[in-house]
Design a protein around this ligand. Structure first.
Ligand SMILES: Cc1ncc(COP(=O)(O)O)c(C=O)c1O
Length: 376
Protein backbone atom coordinates (compact mmCIF):
# COMPACT_ATOMS: atom_id res chain seq x y z
CA UNK A 1 0.00 0.00 0.00
CA UNK A 2 2.66 2.48 -1.09
CA UNK A 3 2.08 5.21 -3.67
CA UNK A 4 4.10 3.40 -6.33
CA UNK A 5 5.08 0.95 -7.52
CA UNK A 6 1.42 0.00 -7.18
CA UNK A 7 -0.16 -3.48 -7.47
CA UNK A 8 -0.08 -5.03 -10.95
CA UNK A 9 -3.08 -7.09 -12.15
CA UNK A 10 -2.53 -10.71 -13.23
CA UNK A 11 -3.47 -9.95 -16.87
CA UNK A 12 -0.83 -7.21 -16.99
CA UNK A 13 1.81 -9.49 -15.48
CA UNK A 14 1.04 -12.08 -18.13
CA UNK A 15 1.41 -9.47 -20.87
CA UNK A 16 4.85 -8.63 -19.48
CA UNK A 17 6.01 -12.22 -19.83
CA UNK A 18 5.38 -12.42 -23.60
CA UNK A 19 8.38 -12.83 -25.86
CA UNK A 20 9.53 -9.39 -27.09
CA UNK A 21 8.78 -8.46 -30.69
CA UNK A 22 10.81 -6.27 -33.05
CA UNK A 23 10.16 -2.60 -32.50
CA UNK A 24 10.20 -1.95 -36.25
CA UNK A 25 7.61 -4.65 -36.96
CA UNK A 26 4.05 -4.11 -38.18
CA UNK A 27 2.82 -5.89 -35.06
CA UNK A 28 4.57 -3.34 -32.85
CA UNK A 29 3.25 -0.43 -34.93
CA UNK A 30 -0.28 -1.72 -34.37
CA UNK A 31 0.42 -1.85 -30.63
CA UNK A 32 1.68 1.76 -30.61
CA UNK A 33 -1.38 2.89 -32.58
CA UNK A 34 -3.78 1.35 -30.04
CA UNK A 35 -1.87 2.42 -26.92
CA UNK A 36 -1.54 5.99 -28.21
CA UNK A 37 -5.31 6.20 -28.84
CA UNK A 38 -6.03 4.82 -25.41
CA UNK A 39 -3.54 7.19 -23.79
CA UNK A 40 -5.38 10.06 -25.47
CA UNK A 41 -8.61 8.70 -24.00
CA UNK A 42 -7.06 8.55 -20.51
CA UNK A 43 -5.70 12.09 -20.81
CA UNK A 44 -8.95 13.38 -22.37
CA UNK A 45 -6.96 14.97 -25.18
CA UNK A 46 -6.96 15.09 -28.97
CA UNK A 47 -3.22 15.85 -29.00
CA UNK A 48 -0.33 13.43 -29.09
CA UNK A 49 0.73 11.60 -25.95
CA UNK A 50 4.38 10.57 -26.09
CA UNK A 51 5.61 7.39 -24.38
CA UNK A 52 9.17 7.54 -23.03
CA UNK A 53 11.28 4.68 -21.68
CA UNK A 54 12.32 6.12 -18.32
CA UNK A 55 10.61 6.89 -15.00
CA UNK A 56 8.35 9.87 -14.29
CA UNK A 57 11.29 12.20 -13.74
CA UNK A 58 12.38 11.59 -17.36
CA UNK A 59 9.02 12.98 -18.51
CA UNK A 60 9.37 15.94 -16.13
CA UNK A 61 12.84 16.73 -17.48
CA UNK A 62 11.69 16.25 -21.09
CA UNK A 63 8.82 18.68 -20.51
CA UNK A 64 11.24 21.39 -19.46
CA UNK A 65 14.12 20.90 -21.87
CA UNK A 66 11.86 20.73 -24.91
CA UNK A 67 9.77 23.83 -24.35
CA UNK A 68 12.08 26.33 -22.60
CA UNK A 69 15.40 28.09 -23.15
CA UNK A 70 18.34 29.03 -20.95
CA UNK A 71 17.55 32.00 -18.72
CA UNK A 72 13.77 31.77 -19.20
CA UNK A 73 11.80 32.99 -16.22
CA UNK A 74 9.39 30.39 -14.82
CA UNK A 75 7.14 30.06 -11.78
CA UNK A 76 7.50 26.82 -9.79
CA UNK A 77 4.84 25.83 -7.25
CA UNK A 78 6.47 24.15 -4.28
CA UNK A 79 4.59 22.52 -1.41
CA UNK A 80 6.35 19.18 -1.09
CA UNK A 81 9.14 16.92 -2.27
CA UNK A 82 8.00 16.77 -5.89
CA UNK A 83 7.50 20.52 -6.15
CA UNK A 84 11.09 20.78 -4.92
CA UNK A 85 12.13 18.38 -7.67
CA UNK A 86 10.63 20.69 -10.30
CA UNK A 87 12.75 23.54 -8.90
CA UNK A 88 15.88 21.35 -9.05
CA UNK A 89 15.25 20.32 -12.66
CA UNK A 90 14.49 23.89 -13.72
CA UNK A 91 17.62 25.26 -12.00
CA UNK A 92 19.77 22.47 -13.43
CA UNK A 93 18.95 23.77 -16.89
CA UNK A 94 19.62 27.42 -16.06
CA UNK A 95 16.05 28.66 -15.79
CA UNK A 96 15.30 31.62 -13.56
CA UNK A 97 12.87 30.29 -10.97
CA UNK A 98 10.28 32.34 -9.08
CA UNK A 99 8.99 30.07 -6.31
CA UNK A 100 5.44 30.10 -5.03
CA UNK A 101 5.57 28.07 -1.84
CA UNK A 102 3.10 26.75 0.62
CA UNK A 103 3.82 24.88 3.83
CA UNK A 104 4.00 21.10 3.32
CA UNK A 105 0.53 19.69 3.99
CA UNK A 106 -1.26 22.80 2.68
CA UNK A 107 -2.22 23.51 -0.94
CA UNK A 108 -0.69 26.11 -3.24
CA UNK A 109 -2.73 29.29 -3.27
CA UNK A 110 -4.10 29.96 -6.81
CA UNK A 111 -4.40 33.68 -5.98
CA UNK A 112 -0.62 33.98 -5.69
CA UNK A 113 -0.28 32.57 -9.21
CA UNK A 114 -2.98 34.94 -10.52
CA UNK A 115 -1.30 37.96 -8.97
CA UNK A 116 2.20 37.31 -10.33
CA UNK A 117 0.86 36.39 -13.76
CA UNK A 118 -1.35 39.47 -13.93
CA UNK A 119 1.54 41.74 -12.94
CA UNK A 120 3.71 40.30 -15.71
CA UNK A 121 2.76 42.88 -18.36
CA UNK A 122 6.00 42.32 -20.29
CA UNK A 123 5.14 38.61 -20.57
CA UNK A 124 8.55 37.47 -19.41
CA UNK A 125 7.18 34.40 -17.58
CA UNK A 126 7.47 31.51 -19.98
CA UNK A 127 5.99 28.70 -17.90
CA UNK A 128 4.19 27.81 -14.70
CA UNK A 129 5.41 24.49 -13.36
CA UNK A 130 3.68 22.56 -10.59
CA UNK A 131 2.67 19.23 -9.10
CA UNK A 132 -1.00 18.25 -9.14
CA UNK A 133 -1.05 15.50 -6.50
CA UNK A 134 1.86 16.01 -4.07
CA UNK A 135 2.71 12.43 -3.12
CA UNK A 136 4.99 13.45 -0.25
CA UNK A 137 2.18 15.11 1.71
CA UNK A 138 -1.11 13.74 0.34
CA UNK A 139 -2.23 17.18 -0.89
CA UNK A 140 -3.96 17.79 -4.20
CA UNK A 141 -3.41 21.27 -5.62
CA UNK A 142 -6.21 23.19 -7.34
CA UNK A 143 -4.92 22.69 -10.86
CA UNK A 144 -8.19 23.70 -12.48
CA UNK A 145 -8.08 27.22 -11.00
CA UNK A 146 -4.32 27.67 -11.40
CA UNK A 147 -4.49 26.58 -15.04
CA UNK A 148 -7.26 29.14 -15.70
CA UNK A 149 -4.90 31.90 -14.46
CA UNK A 150 -2.14 30.55 -16.70
CA UNK A 151 -4.50 30.66 -19.69
CA UNK A 152 -5.36 34.29 -18.93
CA UNK A 153 -1.65 35.17 -19.12
CA UNK A 154 -1.68 33.80 -22.70
CA UNK A 155 2.11 33.41 -23.07
CA UNK A 156 3.14 31.10 -20.21
CA UNK A 157 2.89 27.35 -20.69
CA UNK A 158 1.49 25.10 -17.97
CA UNK A 159 3.88 22.24 -17.19
CA UNK A 160 2.34 19.82 -14.73
CA UNK A 161 3.38 16.72 -12.84
CA UNK A 162 0.27 14.52 -12.85
CA UNK A 163 2.22 11.44 -11.79
CA UNK A 164 -0.18 10.51 -8.96
CA UNK A 165 -3.32 12.20 -10.25
CA UNK A 166 -3.66 10.84 -13.77
CA UNK A 167 -5.77 7.70 -13.67
CA UNK A 168 -6.97 8.50 -10.14
CA UNK A 169 -8.98 11.69 -10.58
CA UNK A 170 -10.23 13.93 -13.33
CA UNK A 171 -7.43 15.55 -15.35
CA UNK A 172 -9.21 16.80 -18.50
CA UNK A 173 -6.09 17.93 -20.35
CA UNK A 174 -7.80 19.67 -23.28
CA UNK A 175 -10.62 21.21 -21.25
CA UNK A 176 -8.18 22.77 -18.80
CA UNK A 177 -5.82 23.57 -21.70
CA UNK A 178 -2.83 22.02 -19.98
CA UNK A 179 0.27 22.28 -22.17
CA UNK A 180 2.67 19.67 -20.83
CA UNK A 181 1.41 16.83 -18.61
CA UNK A 182 3.85 14.28 -17.19
CA UNK A 183 2.96 10.91 -15.66
CA UNK A 184 4.59 7.54 -14.90
CA UNK A 185 3.71 3.89 -15.34
CA UNK A 186 4.07 2.61 -11.76
CA UNK A 187 1.14 4.67 -10.44
CA UNK A 188 -2.46 4.83 -11.66
CA UNK A 189 -1.47 2.93 -14.82
CA UNK A 190 -1.10 -0.34 -12.83
CA UNK A 191 2.09 -1.41 -14.60
CA UNK A 192 5.66 -1.71 -13.30
CA UNK A 193 8.09 1.25 -13.33
CA UNK A 194 9.93 2.10 -16.53
CA UNK A 195 7.60 4.11 -18.76
CA UNK A 196 6.58 7.73 -18.56
CA UNK A 197 4.16 9.79 -20.60
CA UNK A 198 3.89 13.35 -21.84
CA UNK A 199 0.77 14.94 -23.23
CA UNK A 200 1.71 18.03 -25.24
CA UNK A 201 -0.61 20.79 -26.48
CA UNK A 202 -0.16 22.54 -29.84
CA UNK A 203 1.14 25.56 -27.92
CA UNK A 204 3.78 23.31 -26.31
CA UNK A 205 4.84 21.98 -29.72
CA UNK A 206 5.21 25.54 -31.01
CA UNK A 207 7.47 26.25 -28.01
CA UNK A 208 9.68 23.28 -28.95
CA UNK A 209 10.72 25.19 -32.09
CA UNK A 210 12.33 27.94 -30.01
CA UNK A 211 13.72 25.87 -27.14
CA UNK A 212 17.54 25.88 -27.00
CA UNK A 213 18.24 23.62 -24.02
CA UNK A 214 20.48 20.61 -24.80
CA UNK A 215 18.71 17.32 -25.45
CA UNK A 216 19.20 14.17 -27.43
CA UNK A 217 17.51 11.04 -26.05
CA UNK A 218 14.65 13.15 -24.71
CA UNK A 219 14.23 15.32 -27.79
CA UNK A 220 10.45 15.12 -28.18
CA UNK A 221 10.51 16.18 -31.81
CA UNK A 222 12.08 12.80 -32.65
CA UNK A 223 9.31 11.02 -30.73
CA UNK A 224 6.65 13.08 -32.49
CA UNK A 225 8.10 12.30 -35.91
CA UNK A 226 8.26 8.58 -35.12
CA UNK A 227 4.71 8.62 -33.82
CA UNK A 228 3.51 9.57 -37.33
CA UNK A 229 4.38 6.01 -38.32
CA UNK A 230 3.39 4.55 -34.91
CA UNK A 231 6.99 4.02 -34.10
CA UNK A 232 9.67 5.02 -31.61
CA UNK A 233 13.02 6.70 -32.25
CA UNK A 234 14.95 4.21 -30.07
CA UNK A 235 14.35 0.68 -28.78
CA UNK A 236 11.47 1.10 -26.34
CA UNK A 237 10.68 -1.11 -23.33
CA UNK A 238 8.57 -3.40 -25.53
CA UNK A 239 7.28 -5.65 -22.76
CA UNK A 240 6.17 -2.68 -20.70
CA UNK A 241 4.21 -1.54 -23.74
CA UNK A 242 2.49 -4.96 -23.89
CA UNK A 243 1.60 -4.35 -20.25
CA UNK A 244 0.45 -0.79 -20.96
CA UNK A 245 -1.86 -2.07 -23.68
CA UNK A 246 -3.48 -4.55 -21.29
CA UNK A 247 -3.75 -2.03 -18.44
CA UNK A 248 -5.33 0.66 -20.64
CA UNK A 249 -7.88 -1.87 -21.89
CA UNK A 250 -8.76 -2.71 -18.28
CA UNK A 251 -9.12 1.00 -17.51
CA UNK A 252 -11.39 1.51 -20.51
CA UNK A 253 -13.52 -1.40 -19.39
CA UNK A 254 -13.94 0.16 -15.96
CA UNK A 255 -14.51 3.67 -17.40
CA UNK A 256 -13.10 7.01 -16.27
CA UNK A 257 -15.99 7.98 -14.00
CA UNK A 258 -15.90 4.67 -12.15
CA UNK A 259 -12.11 4.86 -11.73
CA UNK A 260 -12.40 8.35 -10.26
CA UNK A 261 -15.30 7.32 -7.98
CA UNK A 262 -13.36 4.32 -6.71
CA UNK A 263 -10.35 6.46 -5.80
CA UNK A 264 -12.57 9.06 -4.17
CA UNK A 265 -14.39 6.55 -1.98
CA UNK A 266 -11.09 4.97 -0.93
CA UNK A 267 -9.77 8.39 0.02
CA UNK A 268 -12.88 9.04 2.13
CA UNK A 269 -12.81 5.59 3.75
CA UNK A 270 -9.10 5.91 4.61
CA UNK A 271 -9.15 9.44 5.92
CA UNK A 272 -12.30 9.04 8.00
CA UNK A 273 -11.16 5.71 9.43
CA UNK A 274 -7.86 7.29 10.51
CA UNK A 275 -9.75 10.06 12.28
CA UNK A 276 -11.88 7.44 14.04
CA UNK A 277 -8.59 6.03 15.39
CA UNK A 278 -7.73 9.45 16.85
CA UNK A 279 -4.96 9.91 14.29
CA UNK A 280 -4.51 13.26 12.60
CA UNK A 281 -4.25 13.69 8.86
CA UNK A 282 -1.13 15.49 7.68
CA UNK A 283 -2.83 17.25 4.77
CA UNK A 284 -5.43 19.93 4.99
CA UNK A 285 -8.79 18.12 4.74
CA UNK A 286 -10.06 20.38 1.98
CA UNK A 287 -7.39 19.13 -0.41
CA UNK A 288 -6.84 15.42 0.21
CA UNK A 289 -5.27 13.59 -2.72
CA UNK A 290 -7.38 10.68 -4.05
CA UNK A 291 -4.19 8.61 -4.31
CA UNK A 292 -2.52 8.83 -0.95
CA UNK A 293 -3.32 9.56 2.69
CA UNK A 294 -0.58 10.92 4.94
CA UNK A 295 -1.09 10.36 8.66
CA UNK A 296 0.66 12.00 11.61
CA UNK A 297 1.84 9.74 14.40
CA UNK A 298 2.71 12.51 16.90
CA UNK A 299 4.63 11.01 19.86
CA UNK A 300 4.81 7.59 18.18
CA UNK A 301 7.77 6.90 15.83
CA UNK A 302 6.19 6.43 12.40
CA UNK A 303 9.12 4.34 11.17
CA UNK A 304 8.72 1.83 14.02
CA UNK A 305 4.99 1.71 13.41
CA UNK A 306 5.55 0.95 9.72
CA UNK A 307 7.92 -1.85 10.66
CA UNK A 308 5.37 -3.34 13.06
CA UNK A 309 2.74 -3.42 10.33
CA UNK A 310 5.18 -4.92 7.83
CA UNK A 311 6.30 -7.63 10.24
CA UNK A 312 2.91 -8.52 11.58
CA UNK A 313 0.71 -8.18 8.48
CA UNK A 314 3.15 -8.06 5.57
CA UNK A 315 1.69 -4.72 4.47
CA UNK A 316 4.15 -2.10 3.30
CA UNK A 317 3.28 1.51 4.08
CA UNK A 318 5.35 4.49 2.94
CA UNK A 319 7.25 6.68 5.37
CA UNK A 320 7.65 10.42 5.54
CA UNK A 321 10.25 12.06 3.30
CA UNK A 322 12.95 14.48 4.43
CA UNK A 323 12.01 16.33 7.64
CA UNK A 324 8.80 14.27 7.86
CA UNK A 325 10.66 10.98 8.33
CA UNK A 326 9.47 9.38 11.58
CA UNK A 327 6.59 11.84 11.87
CA UNK A 328 4.13 10.54 9.32
CA UNK A 329 3.27 7.38 7.44
CA UNK A 330 1.55 7.33 4.07
CA UNK A 331 -0.97 4.87 2.69
CA UNK A 332 -1.04 4.66 -1.09
CA UNK A 333 -4.45 3.84 -2.60
CA UNK A 334 -4.02 4.39 -6.31
CA UNK A 335 -4.21 2.11 -9.27
CA UNK A 336 -5.26 -1.51 -8.86
CA UNK A 337 -6.69 -1.16 -5.35
CA UNK A 338 -10.06 -2.49 -4.22
CA UNK A 339 -12.29 -2.25 -1.14
CA UNK A 340 -10.73 -5.35 0.38
CA UNK A 341 -7.27 -3.74 0.28
CA UNK A 342 -8.61 -0.66 2.02
CA UNK A 343 -10.48 -2.50 4.75
CA UNK A 344 -7.46 -4.77 5.31
CA UNK A 345 -4.99 -1.92 5.75
CA UNK A 346 -7.38 -0.10 8.09
CA UNK A 347 -7.80 -3.29 10.14
CA UNK A 348 -4.00 -3.74 10.31
CA UNK A 349 -3.50 -0.16 11.51
CA UNK A 350 -6.33 -0.52 14.06
CA UNK A 351 -5.01 -3.82 15.39
CA UNK A 352 -1.47 -2.43 15.72
CA UNK A 353 -2.68 0.62 17.62
CA UNK A 354 -4.75 -1.65 19.86
CA UNK A 355 -1.70 -3.85 20.53
CA UNK A 356 0.29 -0.75 21.47
CA UNK A 357 -2.45 0.27 23.90
CA UNK A 358 -3.14 3.49 21.99
CA UNK A 359 -6.82 2.83 21.39
CA UNK A 360 -9.65 0.76 22.81
CA UNK A 361 -11.17 -2.29 21.14
CA UNK A 362 -14.29 -0.18 20.57
CA UNK A 363 -12.30 2.47 18.69
CA UNK A 364 -10.53 -0.20 16.65
CA UNK A 365 -13.91 -1.52 15.55
CA UNK A 366 -15.28 1.96 14.92
CA UNK A 367 -12.63 2.62 12.26
CA UNK A 368 -13.98 -0.31 10.25
CA UNK A 369 -17.57 0.79 10.76
CA UNK A 370 -16.69 4.29 9.53
CA UNK A 371 -14.78 2.97 6.51
CA UNK A 372 -17.65 0.59 5.69
CA UNK A 373 -19.95 3.56 5.18
CA UNK A 374 -17.91 4.60 2.16
CA UNK A 375 -17.29 1.15 0.73
CA UNK A 376 -20.07 -0.68 -1.02
C1 LIG B 1 4.18 13.37 -7.73
C2 LIG B 1 5.38 12.62 -8.24
N1 LIG B 1 6.14 13.20 -9.18
C3 LIG B 1 7.22 12.60 -9.67
C4 LIG B 1 7.60 11.36 -9.26
C5 LIG B 1 8.85 10.78 -9.80
O1 LIG B 1 8.65 9.70 -10.51
P1 LIG B 1 9.82 8.62 -10.75
O2 LIG B 1 10.27 8.12 -9.43
O3 LIG B 1 9.01 7.63 -11.55
O4 LIG B 1 10.87 9.27 -11.55
C6 LIG B 1 6.83 10.68 -8.30
C7 LIG B 1 7.22 9.35 -7.80
O5 LIG B 1 6.89 8.94 -6.74
C8 LIG B 1 5.69 11.34 -7.78
O6 LIG B 1 4.93 10.75 -6.86
Amino acid sequence: MIPGPTPVPEKVLQALSKHPIGHRSKEFQELVEVTTKNLQWLHQTQNEVITITGSGTAAMEAGIINTLSKGDKVICGENGKFGERWVKVAETFGLEVIKICSEWGTPLNPEEFRKILEEDKQKVIKAVILTHSETSTGVINDLETISSHIRDHKVALSIVDCVTSLGACNVPVDKWQLDVVASGSQKGYMIPPGLSFLAMSQKAWVATEKSNLPKFYLNLKSYRKSLLSNSNPYTPAINLIFALDEALKMMKEEGLEKIFDRHNKHKLAMSNAMKALNLKLFADEKCLSPSITAIKTEEMDAEKFRKTIKNKFDILLAGGQDHLKGQIFRVGHLGYVNDRDIITVIAAISQSLLDLGKISAYEAGQALVVAGKYLE
